[in-house]
Ligand binder design. Sequence first.
Ligand SMILES: NC(=O)c1ccc[n+]([C@@H]2O[C@H](COP(=O)([O-])OP(=O)(O)OC[C@H]3O[C@@H](n4cnc5c(N)ncnc54)[C@H](OP(=O)(O)O)[C@@H]3O)[C@@H](O)[C@H]2O)c1
Length: 310
Amino acid sequence: MTQHLRVGVVGAGRVGAVLAARLRSAGHEIVAAAGESDASTQRIAALLPGVPTEKPSVVARACDVLLLTVPDDMLANVVHVLSASGALRAGQYVVHTSGRHGLDVLAPAAELGARVVAMHPAMTFTGTEIDLDRLTGCYFGLTAGPAEREFAAGLVADLGGRPLWVPEESRTLYHAALAHGANHLVTLVTEAMEMLTAAGADDPAGTLRPLLGAALDNALAQGDAALTGPIVRGDVNTVAAHLEEIAANAPHTMPSYVALGRATLSRAVTDGRLVPIRALRINQLLEEALAESAVRPVYLRDVRDARDGR
Ligand SMILES: NC(=O)c1ccc[n+]([C@@H]2O[C@H](COP(=O)([O-])OP(=O)(O)OC[C@H]3O[C@@H](n4cnc5c(N)ncnc54)[C@H](OP(=O)(O)O)[C@@H]3O)[C@@H](O)[C@H]2O)c1
């Protein structure tokens, strides 16, 4: 364990409450947490029993290590307000958990002499106890100056995690990679479950679990070489049949099927497993199906309906 730390949390959201609970179980003291909504208050009660709820400036003054676990778009403002109000001090550690931000966003704190760290857990959080064990072995995208690196690595170790050092200029790309993999996976899997339900499956999740588990394991181990299915085999007629069925029964999934189909085509050709002439034919089918589907994202429909007073 790093030396005994007095930690404060602004705010007690999904990430803040869970990281604080894990640090507490590693022997550190959580001196106070900020969070006003019912959800944050309930998380403090559930994960950090006995920890007082205070305003952000009070939390910042009370601690030696300040965890800033606020939404990405709020972070700059929170740092600015805390710095300007005199709540931060020289020598204090100020750590945020945003993936896309590095140290730049903490500049007002650094100018006061605070020791700044960007520490992003490469994990998805529910804000409940379930998350605590998931931190074990989880990578944390770390950005810190030379003088803070040892502290940052120690904090990650106390959280049960592993350090992944990310250069300041690569933070957003690092975060885009994780969002593309994890967030788009949720959309992909949910669409697949809907299609299976439409096909009559009564346990879509159970049907997909072994298949997707194997595909994920294979992709993580082998990359493109893990690819199977009609696109990499060049089964033009099968892809055409898929597109017809999707247009008839699950038209809202057409844009993502086509986008991922195109990306899969490119990768299969580059990998040398699909001849370009076949890829061109399949690409043509994909383009035609998309053009005919005329599916508009639901949010565009909602915006238009609201505008037209419907
Ligand atoms: N969720 C994830 O899976 C995940 C994973 C890795 C990293 N992260 C990163 O962790 C950070 C926090 O994300 P989250 O998902 O935990 O967010 P969240 O659940 O929405 O919680 C945000 C917390 O910040 C507080 N807050 C919001 N605006 C504030 C302000 N202006 N001043 C002070 N406190 C404010 C909220 O308080 P109230 O409840 O009172 O509004 C809440 O306690 C983000 O940088 C995010 O990118 C998230």
